[in-house]
Ligand binder design. Structure first.
Ligand code: BMA
Length: 342
């Protein structure tokens, strides 16, 4: 067994947790919460489904940004609070984004939010209309005012995830350049910024495939977790079937100093649709992670993932088990291990 340490996030004794069942025969070191889904259908007036969503520790509990699909079909972001990370009190109003002067500045739509704390600022990033699907970003310190930042990229782009600290003086943002529709391709890229306004020094991180579960496209899931082995990244991968795409998730470990280099990449998925709430819903067969909580003292990790574009699910793992599994099943190619600048 390895002895890997979690470096980001600090102690989180109240992390949601459930030990693995003795009857669980999965090969993977990730197991589901037995009471999934944690958010059922029709959670709010005018909101039919909550899924692909992110949370973070906040005060003595947790705070979340939810992807809420309204009954008119348009997704927006909603705020929730929880004492235990499982039962949520969700604000029925959309998150009130403003510009830097404090004037209302709402995106036309917003989906797949991520939430990342860097120093004492919480950043939310999501996919929105910027004359085409692209990345929106906002900052908050108090979860009362939410100030939009400059959109980091031109269209088309999705699945942006910030690192939880600067590396060599720059903020780091992973993203997934895409097209305007149900993108049939997609690799993960890294961009740097000194100020959260100007993004550049773009580097390729890793491409879709070759494992079949991630053969069509991949995209970052939770914010990278700093460990003594490097940056642990949960990411989703899509596989093409005669019945459409199947979304699973896996993990890789990126180099601590130069995160565009992949050190280990697990060739197996960690979680793939097999429960009713993953296989059946608005879009069947989707497991889509957007956040992970960690407790550095116990090595516990709680992963939040959208299920079937309909529900929110929770899964668990432990850092030692997980990193052992990733290393044992790691397959990396030149396009993974190189710095990603050609
Ligand atoms: C992707 C994103 C996700 C969604 C997934 C499956 O392209 O739009 O929001 O969960 O498709 O429908």
């Amino acid at each position: 067994m390895s002895n890997v340490r979690i470096l980001s996030g600090g102690s989180l004794p109240n992390i949601p947790w459930q030990p693995r069942s003795k009857d669980d025969t999965h090969d993977s070191p990730v197991w589901r919460y037995s009471e999934n889904p944690v958010i059922p259908r029709n959670p709010l007036p005018g909101v039919a489904r909550i899924f692909n969503s992110a949370c973070a520790p906040w005060k003595n509990g947790f705070i979340a940004v939810f992807r809420g699909e309204q009954t008119n079909g348009v997704p927006h972001i909603y705020l929730g609070k929880s004492r235990d990370g499982i039962h949520w009190d969700i604000d029925p109003e959309k998150v009130p984004f403003t510009d830097e002067k404090g004037n209302p500045f709402m995106p036309h739509y917003a989906y797949d939010p991520r939430l990342v704390q860097v120093d004492d600022v919480y950043y939310i990033m999501w996919c929105q209309d910027f004359y085409g699907a692209s990345i929106g970003m906002a900052a908050t310190r108090d979860f009362k005012t939410f100030t939009r930042l400059e959109n980091p990229f031109i269209p088309f782009n999705r699945n942006a995830v910030l690192f939880p600290r600067k590396v060599h003086g720059n903020y780091l943002l992973l993203s997934r350049p895409s097209d305007s529709g149900h993108t049939p391709f997609g690799d993960i890229w890294l961009s740097r910024s000194p100020d959260m306004k100007f993004w550049g020094m773009h580097r390729h991180v890793m491409s879709a495939g070759p494992a079949w579960w991630e053969g069509v496209k991949i995209g970052s899931g939770a914010a990278p977790i700093e460990t003594s082995e490097g940056w642990l990244l949960f990411y989703h991968g899509a596989s093409s079937t005669c019945n459409g795409l199947v979304y699973s998730f896996g993990a890789a470990i990126l180099d601590a100093d130069e995160p565009s280099r992949v050190k280990y990449r697990c060739e197996n998925f960690l979680l793939t649709p097999e429960e009713w709430y993953e296989e059946r819903g608005f879009v069947p067969n989707v497991c889509f992670p957007c956040a992970a909580l960690t407790d550095k003292d116990t090595g516990r990790i709680a992963i939040y993932y959208g299920a079937a574009d309909t529900y929110l699910g929770l899964a668990f793992t432990e850092i030692d088990l997980l990193v052992d599994y990733i290393r044992t099943h790691s397959v990396v190619r030149d396009s993974d291990t190189e710095e990603g600048n050609r």
